[in-house]
Design a protein around this ligand. Structure first.
Ligand SMILES: Nc1ncnc2c1ncn2[C@@H]1O[C@H](COP(=O)(O)OP(=O)(O)O)[C@@H](O)[C@H]1O
Ligand SMILES: [Mg+2]
Length: 439
């Protein structure tokens, strides 16, 4: 009797465990999507990361071999082992040594030591294959220190739903948080560090949204905003209450740009008289207000049909280049947006492009535009720019002297930008020298 009850207890408890496990698994399956949305980091660390790390370990050797990153042992050794081992398989090729796979909040990081004869570019080329093999969104390879590369993988696109909060209040002068970087950090446009910017992108790729974010961030600051929008002012007139001047056709633009050049030259005289190298060396009272010039659709300024227009376009181009050359130290900053920035717009465009150090490339219609916007950077930057889909509007590749990054602007609608401009209209500096009337 006693024995019988003992066996029945022994038989029932594993089935209890099974039932409990089944309940737990089905519960997780049912609640999974909700948990994942609510606690993405915890979900990734507990469920996603272990699986992906296992995949990395499993596929490391075949992946390296498949990408041509394995180095075979000395041929002599292979022959000897064939003789001595009597048909035993020859020694496996050497693969690059991998460090610990460390999780991040949305992916993982891994250091890899290069084998003799390898350079980081070999690994950069293999990045797409790694992403496919490990089933992650993207893999970026950068040089870490001599002989070591750093592999950063993102499990999902961190820019699909960026988590960096929008900027509130004025913040630092001429510094605006306009969106989020792929790393999760804030995307900050700092005009004192990089004074002039070129923003390219096809129609509805997010150029105006980025300008909205920039204007919304600058509006509460003590700066003058100047607009040049030769498509009849359809875009920039939204911020008119906060603009110190606005040109809505090429004729006005040429006069406004000439006035801006004069203003810049006056500032130069001022600085020279005070024996300082830039306006930041002037004392607070005599320092002129920084001016941010926003040009929407640069092509409208340069494309010409007649001889007369050609002269205007030339004058506009020369003035813009002049402003870019002199402006940075004299507190005049340029933000130029356009769909195309090719030399087909005229010779001035190439020279202007060279002066605009900050580059933002949204989705573009043709590879040539991405190339012109990003310069001769790594080919992977161009690929990243060309991979942006229309659904990812606002996503862009940023380039500066020391590399490239993916980022996405905050979605600041026209209505929001208009409201911010109206709210801070009282801060609009009066620059009477920019009020250029028709002759
Ligand atoms: N950062 C963003 N996040 C989400 N959606 C965006 C973002 N930027 C742009 N969009 C969407 O794309 C549309 C077109 O953007 P817009 O800035 O007007 O493009 P463009 O000026 O290049 O023609 C916007 O109305 C918006 O719906
Ligand atoms: Mg636009």
């Amino acid at each position: 009797m006693k024995l019988a009850s003992a066996t029945s207890a022994g038989a029932t408890w594993p089935s209890w465990v099974l039932v409990a496990a089944a309940v737990l698994v089905s519960g997780l399956l049912l609640a999974g999507p909700a948990l994942r949305r609510r606690y993405p980091v915890a979900w990734w660390l507990l469920c996603g990361f272990p699986a992906v790390a296992f995949r990395v370990v499993q596929t490391w050797r075949p992946l390296m071999a498949g990408c041509g990153l394995a180095v075979s042992r000395r041929p002599a050794l292979t022959v000897v082992s064939g003789l001595v081992g009597k048909g035993a398989p020859p020694p496996q090729p050497r693969v690059p040594r991998r460090g610990l796979i460390r999780p991040t909040s949305s992916g993982f990081v891994l250091l890899v030591r290069l084998l003799p004869g390898q350079v980081p570019e070999h690994f950069v080329k293999a990045a797409p294959a790694m992403a496919e093999n490990w089933q992650v969104h993207s893999v970026r390879v950068t040089s870490w220190k001599p002989g070591v590369v750093r592999i950063v993988a993102s499990a999902a696109d961190p820019l699909a739903d960026p988590r960096v909060p929008k900027q509130r209040g004025p913040g630092h002068l001429l510094r605006v948080t306009v969106g989020a970087l792929e790393t999760g950090a804030a995307w900050v446009v700092d005009l004192r560090r990089v004074p002039h910017w070129l923003i390219v992108g096809a129609t509805r790729s997010g150029k105006s949204t980025l300008i909205n974010a920039l204007v919304a961030g600058l509006a509460p600051q003590p700066v003058a905003l100047v607009g040049i929008d030769c498509k009849g002012g359809m875009e920039l007139s939204l911020y008119e209450p906060r603009l110190s001047a606005l040109a809505t056709n090429r004729e006005q633009a040429v006069r406004l740009l000439a006035a801006l050049v004069d203003l810049t030259l006056d500032r130069m005289t001022l600085c020279r008289a005070a024996r300082v190298r830039n306006i930041w060396g002037l004392s607070g009272k005599e320092r002129p207000v920084p001016v941010v010039v926003i040009v929407d659709e640069i092509a409208e300024l340069f494309l010409v049909a007649s001889r007369n227009e050609k002269d205007e376009a030339h004058a506009a181009g020369t003035a813009l280049i002049r402003l870019a050359q002199l402006g940075a130290s004299l507190g005049v900053f340029l933000v130029v947006a356009g769909q195309r920035v090719g030399s087909d717009l005229g010779p001035g465009v190439t020279a202007l492009r060279a002066q605009l150090g900050g580059r933002v490339c949204h989705r573009v219609a043709d590879p040539g535009t991405a190339e012109m916007a990003l310069g001769d950077l790594n080919p992977d930057a161009l690929k990243a720019a060309q991979a942006i889909t229309p659904e990812q509007a606002g996503t862009a590749v940023l380039a500066s002297g020391d590399g490239w990054e993916r980022a996405r602007s905050h979605l600041i609608t026209e209505a929001e930008a208009e409201a911010v401009a109206a709210e801070y209209a009282h801060l609009t500096p009066v620059l009477s020298e920019l009020h250029v009337e028709a002759p």
